[in-house]
Design a protein around this ligand. Structure first.
Ligand SMILES: [Zn+2]
Length: 458
């Protein structure tokens, strides 16, 4: 292991090669081996080959692979449950195979906000792989062995995939101590423990981090800045990528704020949110897919699609084992990042089920939100999408009601409208009709803001 604390990456052998042709060759080699392994070891995936009428040996390129094996996701899992019933042991054997189930160490679930919880098995091999990813991410987010970080783990610990496993994931990063507090402890205990154990890295959701700003003076009698949190690693919900949220957390805590998750990635130190750098090329083949036609979408700068992934080390894979999707829509950025670090970047722009179609062009409300949040000096960030007919089809132009920021004058609005419309067109290929609203005219929701205004329901 390279001992230089100033080196740009944790893994100086692999990370400089991310997203290069040399890495692509390695990936293909690993893909072919992985597909053979899937066919031999995972009943669910073997059936996918059989159904497609192909054998692993028929696949010789990424292109062959994309053409041969259709994407799988929650619908296919539901189908399987329909066949075999809710026998979880059997379900997991079908999905992951005996070899992996024999390697099972920790059994958690995905957050499963609706319906039955989805098992999230943590295999020994998967944990080892995730430990390497966490070391890479931690290094990029500014953790250093010499600083002997104390990480306050504030995700829900009980059964949550984002919680308990994190206790193990930092194990190979020298000098780190984990303090597993858990969201269940409640804000008072969280604040007390963070103070007591000198936590300097916060690991949890952005909404909890925001909530602690208000609670800290009440509980500890001093501002949250006094806790001495230097680094905040946020996940499980959007926040670190929203300029206002990030700015508020950075200012109130006096910390650097990072986004991590939804695959192998983390955001970088650039002052403007650039998305998360994908840092797992050697472990996972990342793809974008047109959510309707299921055709592959080339990874060009700004491209949007359904994210699907295939493990290149299937013994360690959990859900992203073979062209599997969790129904998240990503946008990728392949131009070099101002931070200078390797790995293409991805932003989560929404769920496939939220899609609107404007003259045949797929548009996601969260992507519109992203553009609006990219102009924090001129817009407050609050807006609505007005739908006159049930989605997804929208007769153009897409109608937006947008709040301009304090300090924007009436006479600035035509130029601002031009700027916003041209950004929307450059990034999302739409030319919306904008109605301006004064700052604070739209209602602020505490939880999730409903940004669709459905006039057809009124
Ligand atoms: Zn960057």
């Amino acid at each position: 292991m390279d001992q230089n604390q100033d080196r740009p990456y944790w893994n100086m052998e692999i990370e400089p090669l991310l997203n290069t042709p040399a890495m692509r060759e390695t990936q293909l080699e690993k893909l072919l081996t992985s597909l053979a392994w899937q066919y031999e070891n995972t009943p669910f995936n073997r059936r996918r080959f059989d159904k497609a009428g192909v054998k692993p040996g028929d696949i010789q390129s990424f292109d062959d692979f994309a053409r041969a094996i259709p994407v799988a996701g929650q619908a296919e899992i539901r189908e399987l449950i329909g066949e075999i019933g809710l026998d979880f042991n059997r379900l997991m054997l079908e999905l992951f195979g005996k070899a992996r189930m024999d390697d099972l160490y920790l059994l958690t679930t995905t957050s499963g906000t609706t319906g039955i919880p989805t098992p999230y098995p943590n295999f020994h091999t998967a944990i080892a792989d995730a430990q390497e990813m966490m070391c890479r991410a931690a290094w990029r987010m500014g953790l250093r062995p010499e600083n002997h970080h104390r990480i306050g783990l504030c995700f829900g610990l009980s059964m949550h995939a984002a919680g308990t496993p994190q206790v193990l994931l930092f194990k190979n990063f020298p000098g780190v101590t984990i303090v597993p507090i858990g969201a269940e402890a409640g804000t008072e205990k969280i604040l007390q423990f963070m103070q007591l154990f000198n936590v300097d890295v916060f690991l949890g959701t952005p909404s909890l981090a925001l909530h602690l700003i208000e609670r800290c003076p009440q509980v500890l009698g001093r501002p949250v800045k006094d806790l001495g949190i230097n680094i905040m690693i946020l996940g499980a919900e959007p926040g670190a990528g929203i300029p206002e949220v990030r700015h508020r957390l950075e200012t109130e805590y006096g910390a650097r704020v990072f986004d991590a998750g939804a695959g192998y990635g983390c955001s970088c130190e650039d002052p403007v949110y650039q998305g998360m750098h994908w840092i797992g090329d050697d472990y996972c083949h990342y793809e974008l897919i047109n959510p309707e036609t299921k055709e592959p979408v080339p990874l060009t700068n700004g491209a949007t699609g359904l994210m699907a992934a295939t493990s290149l080390h299937p013994q360690g894979a959990v859900w992203f084992d073979m062209r599997f999707t969790l129904n998240d829509i990503h946008q990728v950025f392949t131009d070099p990042c101002p931070c200078g670090r390797t790995g293409f970047r991805y932003k989560i722009v929404g769920r496939a089920d939220d899609m609107l179609k404007v003259k045949g062009v797929p548009v996601y409300p969260a992507a519109i939100e992203g553009v609006i949040h990219s102009m924090p000096d001129k817009l407050t960030g609050s807006f609505r999408i007005v739908l006159d007919e049930p989605p997804p089809r929208v007769v153009p132009p897409l109608k937006l009601r947008v709040e301009f920021a304090e300090g924007v004058r009436e006479e600035d609005l035509p130029a601002l409208e031009k700027e916003l419309a041209s950004r929307m067109h450059a990034l999302l290929k739409i030319r919306p009709a904008i109605t301006w609203l004064a700052p604070n005219s739209l209602e602020r929701a505490v939880k999730k803001t409903q940004i669709l205004e459905k006039t057809y329901e009124k």
